[in-house]
Every structure is written in C-alpha cells, then in structure tokens.
Design a protein around this ligand. Structure first.
Ligand SMILES: Cc1cc2nc3c(=O)[nH]c(=O)nc-3n(C[C@H](O)[C@H](O)[C@H](O)COP(=O)(O)OP(=O)(O)OC[C@H]3O[C@@H](n4cnc5c(N)ncnc54)[C@H](O)[C@@H]3O)c2cc1C
Length: 535
C-alpha cells in the first residue's frame, strides 16, 4: 500500500498520530522510529524508568557548556525507543495551568489553542481510573491513575507542606492547579501507559499502518517547495520513502529542529555554518528553546523510609516477585509520585514552582548514597524567561546536536529558582517530617546565602527533561509552524510534538504533547476541532 502520511519519530506524539491517522482503513500510514521496540519488561514496570534513562533507550546527548551555570555540561536524556519520552519518563500526568494555554493565544497568536479549546483533547486521550467530571474522562487510550501504595513518608510530606502553608489538592489537572498532593500517573493496572502501549499496541492488526523501528530518518526530501518523503538509514543501508499527502515530523523538541536543519530548513546563517545547503530560510527553527531546570534538597532519613535500599540484590528480587505476583510494592512506584505546585513569586499569575518528592537519594545522578536511606525534594521554576538553541554541529546526521538551553541567562530565572529551593527546604524542616528526616545533607546547613546556594546550583542542577518551543507555532516572525502545525513556506510538511509549544507549560510536558498530537491529528485529517469546553 502506498503511504499517504509518513510520520517521523514514534514518540509521545508520533504514536498518537499513527493511531488517529490510520483509523480510516483507506489511509496508508508509515511510522518511522530511530530507536528500538519496548518489549523489555522494565518499560512496563513503573519503577523501571530509573534504569532506562541513560541506557539503550536514549540518544546519549549532553548540553553545551552552560555560560550562566559556571560552564556546567548537563546530561540531557532524550528518548530513543518506540513511545519516546512516554516510554522512559517518570509517568507524571500533569497538564499545566489553564492560563498557559490562554497565553499561547494572546501572546503567540495560536488561535484555537486556548484552554477551553485544548481541554476536550486532553479528555479524548484519557482513560482516568478514578475521575469523571468537567476536566476528566475515561474510555480514551491513555491510562491515568493515582499511585497504588505511597509509603508513609510521602503522606508525612503532604502534612509538612500544609504546615508550610501550601494547601492540599487532590487534582492538579482540575479546577485548581496549586497545592500539594499525589500526582496522577500515566499508569494503568500497575503498568506504564506509554503512547506505544496505549495507542499502538491495541491497533497492531491494522493493515494500513506500518511501524518501522531502528529506522533513523536522515533527511526530509523536498521537491519544488513540497515535502514528498524521507531518506532513512538503518541496519540495511539507506532507503527513500515517499508520502502522497504529507510528511509529519514528530522527533521531539531536540530531534525535530535537528532533522529540519539536516534537511536544509532553518536559519540560513546557522545552516551555512554547519555546511548544510539552504533549502528554505526559516529563522525560528531551533530557536526559542525553553526547559525547566531542576534544583533539589536531599535529606538523610531516620530509617528505611524510602526505596534507596531496594537496590540490594535480595530486596530487588523480593520487590520483583511482589510485583509479578501481586502487582504491589516498590516496583509499582514511579519514585516521583508526590509533589505539587506553588509560588516563588506571590504575584505570579499561577503557580511558578513545581515540587517532586523523590523516594530515594541515589535517584539524582552523581549523588553518593548516605549511610541511611535518603529522600529528595526537587523544585523547578516553571516559567523561565531564558531562551536557548538547538543547532547542528555538522552536516553529518550521526553527529550529536549542539543543545544550549542557556539556563539562567535571565537573572529573573535564577532568583525564582533559588526561592523555590528555599521553599523546598522549608517543607523538609516541618514537624510532620521530623520522625522521618534526620538532617538535610544537600545543599547542607552551611549553604544559607544566595551566593552559596547559587554555587550549589551550579554543581548540582539538572534538567527536568521538558524541552519545548524549538519549532514554535504562532504568527510572529520566528514562528516555525502555523496554528494548524504546517511548516511555514513548505507544502506537505508539519511538525507535531513538544517543539511546537510556544511557551513551556507550567508542568511536566508529556500530557501536553499528547494533547498537541490529538488536536494535530484532527487538523491533518481536515476535521473540525472538537467543540470548546464549557466550564
Ligand atoms: C527522562 C525523562 C523523564 C520525564 N518525565 C516526565 C514525566 O514524568 N511526566 C511528563 O509529563 N513528562 C516527562 N518527561 C517529558 C515528556 O516525556 C516529553 O515532553 C515528551 O515525551 C515529548 O514527546 P515528543 O513526542 O515531543 O518527543 P519524544 O517522545 O522524545 O519522541 C521523539 C521520538 O522521535 C525519535 N526520533 C528523533 N529523531 C529521529 C529521526 N531522525 N528519525 C526517526 N526517529 C527519530 C526519537 O527516537 C523519539 O522516540 C520526561 C522526559 C524524559 C526524557
């Protein structure tokens, strides 16, 4: 069957598109994924993500030295596996704040992407195991549920946050985002619900959909201003594949601007510097990179209150058996299942800090374990003003891209991030956590001044893995795609993934990406958008 659509990148967005575009059996769809399959059981186990992020399932990239972080180079995991980020992430299901999407309309000109417009698409994707109301639905492909058996320390954390003045919230994706609580997770029946397992597996028998893993797209083929196919490389050499209707790029916020630039679409000066012939000068490609930078407090526990000791072989074996036999125990935990949203800036339009309680201390790369198990409280400033870039190091499609998030280029971001870190500290010092927490180890009591905390942040900060914005949608001069996700100036080519978000949502980014793909599928098929929500 000839292909109508070629989707490049089988990640969070690409798998959603593959499902929706192939619903009509007369439409031929090809999904190309550079990574392999997700058969390994660790992909299914909620706790498995801790093992997957640096191994076979990622591209192995790092950032450029960060000018405003004392030259730090930060490991920058991006998924390389079917399901993409949704197959290796921490499974937190958060959508951001309603005002985020309204700002896409008012500040970036993305007509049709206001909160009331996108809410029906969040709901269309959702199979919520507990909630049905104006904000939630069941029956969609994506499993969403609450943690199965959070340990007592996570309940003590909820009490401590309330002692620190942050109210309890049972649904960050409902009427109010602010507060502290257990996260909803993209899990169903104690298994990860990735877009591969939720959107692809149930339709594996569709004859009009072909999924090819281990197929890296080297270039989009452009003929007379129109995208007509893709050149791929894989174990069998290079191959050219053609699409009758459209090529859709869904390679993620790093991969999509990278592939467009490898195909000669991007800012002419950057392409020339990398030695790539310019096909279409599109200045916004690879610009506007936004991400959440993560800081954290690590405390030593008074006893065995977290999962640090599960790494001991006999306990790993027991936890595995418990999971396989009863679907209970530590393996059902995503390790980051409690947290919430609060304010660094009390005047902010909506919460600008997110907390993730990590049920261990070894979870953060490079942190040596303590004598007792540890507990981590991460804090991230959610609406950074710094903007970075994704550029090519060379014309070689195998070369790693130059990823420069340019963290803390704006002083505004540093000041608010440090406030978030201080808030995290304050929560961990509250009476409710006293029976569980012996002492703060990082940054440590000696680090009190802003200067000391800044130096600590330089050494220890990390990415929250939420890059967006590098093929931004909008109507300004740097917009790469239109609000119906067409690449400006090239026919038959769209981008549908996290890269099209003009501003990073005030949350994790998997659910927003899935929403973008659900809505993008309707645009591609020429269907009218779902009616706006009435709230
Ligand atoms: C370690 C980690 C933890 C995270 N935790 C959370 C979380 O708990 N909750 C949350 O909401 N978000 C989380 N995120 C973020 C979220 O998963 C991403 O925002 C989301 O997956 C982005 O989806 P995407 O479709 O844009 O890109 P991806 O899911 O990254 O998909 C892009 C796909 O394209 C493929 N690809 C790239 N280039 C090519 C090419 N040239 N040819 C063929 N294929 C190609 C890649 O291999 C990849 O599979 C996390 C991300 C990471 C990496």
């Amino acid at each position: 069957m000839p292909y109508d659509y070629i989707i490049v990148g089988g990640g969070s967005a690409g798998c959603v598109l593959a499902n929706r575009l192939s619903e009509d059996p007369t439409i031929g769809v090809l999904l190309l994924e550079a990574g392999g399959g997700d058969e390994h059981p660790l992909f299914r186990m909620p706790a498995g993500f801790a093992k997957m992020t640096k191994g076979v399932a990622s591209w192995g990239w790092s950032t450029a030295p960060q000018k405003h972080l004392d030259g730090r180079v930060i490991w920058y995991t991006q998924a390389k596996v079917i399901g993409g980020g949704s197959s290796i992430n921490a499974q937190l299901y958060t959508r951001g704040n309603a005002k985020d999407y309204d700002a896409w309309v008012t500040d970036a000109g993305c007509e049709g992407w206001g909160y009331r417009d996108v809410l029906p698409y969040f709901k269309r994707s959702e199979d919520n195991q507990r909630l049905v109301n104006a904000f939630h639905a069941y029956g969609g492909p994506l499993g969403v549920s609450y943690p199965i058996n959070p340990p007592p320390i996570s309940f003590a954390f909820l009490r401590a946050a309330q002692e620190a003045g942050i109210p309890f919230n049972d649904d960050f994706n409902g009427a109010t985002q602010e507060g502290i609580g257990h996260y909803q997770l993209t899990t169903r029946d104690a298994e990860r619900s990735s877009t591969s397992s939720a959107y692809l597996k149930p339709i594996h028998s569709r004859r009009n959909l072909k999924v090819r893993t281990d197929a890296t797209t080297l270039k989009i083929i452009i003929e007379k201003g129109r995208a007509v196919g893709a050149t791929i490389g894989g174990p069998g050499g290079t191959e050219t594949l053609r699409a009758d209707r459209e090529v859709i790029v869904s390679c993620g916020a790093i991969g999509s601007p990278r592939l467009l630039q490898l195909s000669g679409i991007g800012p002419a000066d950057a392409l020339e510097a990398a030695g790539v012939p310019v096909v279409h000068d599109l200045p916004g490609v690879g610009g506007n990179l936004q991400d959440h930078l993560d800081l954290y407090v690590i405390c030593e526990c008074t006893g065995d209150h977290t999962y640090d000791r599960i790494a001991q072989p006999h306990r790993t074996a027991w936890a595995g058996l418990q999971y396989l036999a009863f679907k209970t125990g530590p393996v059902t935990s995503t390790l980051f299942e409690t947290g919430g949203f609060w304010y660094a800036d009390p005047e902010a339009r909506s919460p600008d800090i997110q907390f993730h309680l990590g049920l261990g201390s070894g979870i953060e790369a490079g942190v040596a374990q303590m004598r007792n198990p540890g507990v981590t409280l991460n804090s991230a400033f959610l609406r950074p003003r710094s903007r970075g870039t994704v550029r090519l190091a060379s014309v070689d499609p195998a070369a790693a891209p130059l990823i420069d998030p340019n963290y803390w280029a704006e002083e505004y971001d540093r000041v608010r991030a440090l406030k978030g870190l201080r808030l995290a500290r304050e929560i961990m010092r509250q009476p409710a956590l006293k029976p569980y927490v012996m002492a703060e180890r990082l940054p440590g009591p000696e680090s009190e001044s802003d200067e000391a905390l800044t130096l600590y942040a330089y050494r220890s900060c990390k990415t929250d893995h939420h890059p967006v914005g590098t093929c931004a949608m909008g109507n300004g001069p740097d917009a790469v795609v239109t609000p119906d996700l067409r690449v400006r100036g090239i026919d038959g080519l769209r981008v549908v993934d996290a890269s099209v978000m003009p501003f990073v949502p005030s949350s994790n980014t998997n659910a927003p990406t899935i929403m973008v793909a659900e809505k993008g599928a309707d645009a591609i098929l020429g269907r009218p958008p779902l009616p706006a929500a009435v709230l």
